[in-house]
Design a protein around this ligand. Structure first.
Ligand code: ADE
Length: 381
């Protein structure tokens, strides 16, 4: 399988190498990052992937469905789709993968290409600004190839409209000429599979979403699966880690392999400096303490958000903008970076009237009082 990554696709139709072997993709066009606070909190943000980290991620990627840990339901669905497409000798249906960042959407796309024995062309919506960017890529595809578009919810309208006939009828409609003499020329395309990835499925237009035969969600990973991922990474990086040490890292990784692997590297630094050849639970836990990552993977911004809601807004409901103003955090960052995990672990609830901090969060932070369901029970009791 060749992996071809595009930052700026050539205007005149880039010709990807056809050799079907595994190679290393160049870095993707960098999406606009959410605005983040300085300091240790970046350790826990799945969005931030430095180019060095991206390169290392390549070497840690599982390369087959068997090797891929977790996401059982997704793997089940894709396994069937692969087998069916192979039996029929067809390309895979277009696939939309959605879910929080760092859960393995790109990895899954690369695995699909390997399993199907085709190339995977990787790009991202911000690199497809001009219509000719997508035209060049589409014209360079071979039968069966996978085209992976990250952040697909950010496609410009014209690019998206070029994709409609390409996805539906494998046809490129190009307007030739201008004004009243303009004509549409149709160019046939090879049958290919579009894999779109997004963290914001609700931001996709309905016509684009409807053109995907399969729409699948990636979920936060269970601690058991993350423990296995940490152990696998440790082995690849020739690190010695006990099961308990791996579990300690996994528990603090916010359900996200990218974060787990990042934490593991920080723990390795700590263990090395302290002269511990083996990473066990006490070492992993001590390392996490100095990086300000608490036993559930919360950092100081998470704690600030929850504490502010509890103490300044009597537990909520509080509007996003009010919370942003009170904490000095950017509202998009709160919504896209912090909230998903706090919602997942049941520390925050979103109600029509605003965000509410839960009893579980209060207990974790050692805070009293509040007005959510749990508190009402205690009042009644
Ligand atoms: N490394 C990162 N994510 C992984 C996964 N889901 N399975 C195995 N190794 C991984």
């Amino acid at each position: 399988m060749a992996i071809i990554s595009s930052k700026q696709p050539a205007a005149d139709g880039e010709q990807p190498p056809r050799a079907r072997k595994k190679n290393t993709p160049k870095p993707l066009a960098t999406p606009e990052p959410a605005v983040l606070a300085d300091g240790d909190s970046e350790l826990l943000q799945a969005e931030i992937a430095t180019s060095e980290e991206k390169l290392q991620e390549e070497s840690l990627r599982p390369s087959s469905i068997q090797e891929y840990i977790g996401q059982k339901e997704l793997k089940g669905v894709l396994d069937i789709a692969i087998q069916a497409a192979k039996v029929r000798g067809e390309s895979l249906d277009h696939l939309l993968l959605y879910g929080p960042p760092g859960l393995g959407k790109t990895t899954m796309s690369l695995i699909l290409a390997t399993e199907m024995g085709v190339n995977c062309k990787i790009t991202a919506a911000p690199a497809l600004e001009r219509p000719r960017d997508i035209v060049g890529i589409l014209m360079g595809l071979q039968p069966g190839d996978i085209l992976f578009i990250d952040e697909i919810h950010r496609l410009p309208r014209m690019t998206e409209e070029i994709l409609y006939p390409a996805m539906e009828d494998f046809r490129l409609d190009i307007t030739v000429g201008k004004g009243t003499t303009a004509k549409i020329r149709s160019i046939p395309l090879p049958k290919f599979t579009l894999v779109g990835a997004t963290t914001k499925v609700g931001s996709l237009t309905a016509p684009l979403r409807d053109r995907f035969g399969l729409v699948q969600k990636l979920r936060f990973y269970e601690v058991d699966d993350l423990t296995l991922i940490v152990q696998r990474t440790a082995e690849i990086l020739s690190m010695s880690v006990t099961t308990e040490g791996a579990a300690e890292v996994a528990r603090r990784a916010r359900g996200t392999p990218r974060i787990a692997n990042r934490l593991l590297k920080r723990v390795r630094d700590y263990a090395q400096v302290k002269g511990h050849p083996v990473i066990d639970e006490p070492i992993a836990s001590a390392a996490m303490e100095i990086y300000n990552v608490d036993p559930l993977g919360l950092d100081w911004v998470d704690r600030l958000l929850l504490t502010t809601m509890a103490e300044q807004f009597n537990g909520g409901p509080v509007g996003l903008e009010a919370l942003a103003a009170s904490t000095g955090e950017d509202s998009h960052t709160i919504e896209e970076v912090y909230e998903p995990y706090l919602l997942q672990i049941g520390y925050l609830q979103r109600t029509p009237r605003g965000r509410v901090v839960t009893m579980a969060a209060r207990k974790h932070l050692g805070l009293k009082g509040g007005n959510d369901g749990g508190d009402q029970l205690s009042i009644l009791g």
